[in-house]
Design a protein around this ligand. Structure first.
Ligand code: FAD
Ligand code: NAD
Length: 461
């Protein structure tokens, strides 16, 4: 069977459905092809379920701390992991159903279920259906990398997907990879009551961040009883279900951790290897990411790539922004570009680490005349009142232009407060815009102007 559409969107992740809606509204006949769950990674196995679990873990943590606040919680806090999963699944499934209903109601848009592969630059195959289109938009996302560690073929292991199907509480969860996925799952399972060990290849946790950020994150998590094994090179897995070992042969000294479950959280790879890109002539880089220009266009006319698969971002907000860029250029004659995006992300441990723009080290390496302001959360009224004073806020300013270069807030509500800096950066306004703004008392953001009023010259480390 053969069908012709004006436009085809492959993958119903964070960019695809929104773009399909706009394309349909423009009068195009549109197909969205999805091989698994509508909503993609974020909705089904990523942001949404993990943040729902982070919320359960936070409640468990605060329940154990209830007496600090003069509240009697009535004894031991116990986590019913089955109810945590049910709540998590419910939130995730509702979100997926909403996207499904939205897609079903879009004028001129049809959802086709199945795995799409290219047959030519304007032809895709899904099962026995051949689909032709003048415009093809790839939003195929990515999946967990599983490095070829010796033993990985014989030892049962989990990825972020397997974590969503786990129904028993691991007694001891060993996590390979100490970044977003490793740290978020690590802290939540520790708070659920598991023993947690994190095995990380770098000598310093979160090496892209400034050293004091890495050190503070380790302190917070160690304080909750998580064990770290850094500098863990040459990993090997051994054992069987319920008794698994992670051995770092080249670590100094050589190190082995035994646990009941292993989670591999060592990065992600794009879903481009089974897309038949070679039949369309679409270029990829050496890691398999689709090469795109500043407006998400591939090297083949009429084919675009958005979201995690183009390697220009690895977050839900960057994938959604790719949709906005494509729609703006194609449908609104508005020349939006990827390079206008300011890097911003959060690591959703508790307290969260929120980041925008450059780190201090990054700004120094780029040769800026760097000024830095730092304020510990222990000197932020709202954090003191909330009894959650871990972390600090740090702002980085260009001493020559007065522009904000970046910021890190490791602290309660930092993931929200940081947007007051991000918006000023987008406005290309000087940092004095923030120092002159009157922020609401008592909030975390209230202390950002104060932090910016006390800038020091940065010294290269
Ligand atoms: C555990 C975890 C937690 C995360 N937490 C956050 C967070 O808190 N904040 C944040 O910003 N980001 C987070 N992320 C990252 C975020 O989930 C991704 O950046 C985002 O989902 C990428 O969206 P996307 O649209 O590019 O791709 P995806 O959401 O991966 O969607 C791609 C879709 O394409 C489909 N597909 C692939 N190949 C084909 C094919 N050949 N034919 C048909 N369909 C195909 C897939 O089935 C999938 O549905 C997290 C990720 C993980 C794994
Ligand atoms: N809060 C969020 O926004 C959020 C949350 C979860 C995931 N994500 C997205 O998912 C992506 C994947 O997250 P991730 O944490 O799996 O990957 P990552 O790429 O961020 O980090 C992988 C970690 O594993 C380590 N590692 C890699 N190979 C190793 C090895 N052989 N031995 C030991 N350690 C090794 C790396 O040094 C690194 O610290 C991220 O890029 C992020 O964009 C985002």
């Amino acid at each position: 069977m053969s069908q012709r559409f004006d436009a085809v969107v492959v993958g119903a992740g964070q960019a695809g459905p929104s773009l399909a809606a706009r394309l349909g509204e423009s009068g195009r006949k549109v197909a969205v092809i999805e091989r698994k769950f509508v909503g993609g990674t974020c909705v089904n196995t990523g942001c949404i379920p993990t943040k729902a679990m982070v919320a359960s873990a936070y409640v468990a943590h605060m329940s154990r701390r209830a007496s600090d606040y003069g509240v009697d919680s009535g004894g031991d806090t116990k986590v019913d992991i089955d109810r945590v999963w049910k709540r998590t699944r419910g939130i995730s499934e509702r979100s997926r159903n909403n996207v499904e209903k939205w897609l079903a109601g879009m004028p001129n848009v049809s959802l086709i279920r199945g795995h799409a592969t290219f047959e030519s630059p304007n032809t895709l195959r899904v099962g026995d259906m051949q689909i032709e289109a003048g415009e093809i938009f790839l939003n195929v996302g990515g999946r967990a990398t599983t490095p070829d560690f010796p033993g990985i073929d014989t030892v049962p292991y989990l990825t972020n997907v397997g974590m969503m199907d786990l129904r028993d509480m691991p007694r001891h969860l060993v996590i390979v990879g100490g970044s977003y996925i490793g740290l978020e799952f690590g802290q939540m399972f520790r708070r659920f009551g598991a023993q947690v060990s994190i095995v990380e290849r770098s000598e310093r946790l979160l090496p892209r961040e400034d050293p004091e950020v890495s050190a503070a994150v380790v302190d917070i998590l160690q304080g909750e009883g998580i064990a770290f094994h850094l500098g863990a090179e040459c990993i090997e897995l051994n054992g069987t279900a319920g008794d698994v070992g992670v051995l770092a042969r080249c670590a100094q000294p050589r190190m082995e951790v035994r646990g009941t479950h292993v989670l591999i959280a060592a990065g992600r790879r794009p879903n481009t290897d089974t897309l038949g890109l070679e039949k369309a002539g679409v270029a990829t880089d050496k890691h398999g990411y689709i090469v795109v220009d500043d407006q998400c266009r591939t090297n083949v006319e009429g084919i675009w790539a958005m979201g995690d698969c183009n390697g220009k971002g690895a977050f839900t907000h960057t994938s959604y922004n790719d949709y906005e860029i494509v729609a703006a250029n194609l449908l609104d004659s508005e020349p939006r570009r990827i390079s206008d995006r300011i890097e911003a992300y959060a690591l959703f441990i508790d307290p969260p680490l929120a980041r925008v723009g450059l780190t201090e080290q990054g700004a120094l390496q780029k040769g800026y005349n760097v000024r830095v302001g730092v304020r510990p959360m222990a000197r932020v009224g709202r954090a003191i009142e909330r009894g959650e004073t871990h972390g600090f806020m740090k702002v980085i300013v260009d001493g020559d232009t007065g522009k904000l270069l970046g910021a890190a807030i490791l602290g309660i509500n930092g993931d929200e407060a940081i947007h007051s800096l991000l918006d000023v950066m987008y406005a290309k306004a000087p940092y004095s815009t923030v120092t002159h703004a009157v922020h609401i008392h008592p909030t975390i953001a209230e202390l950002l102007p104060t932090t910016l009023q006390d800038l020091k010259v940065a010294v290269t480390s």
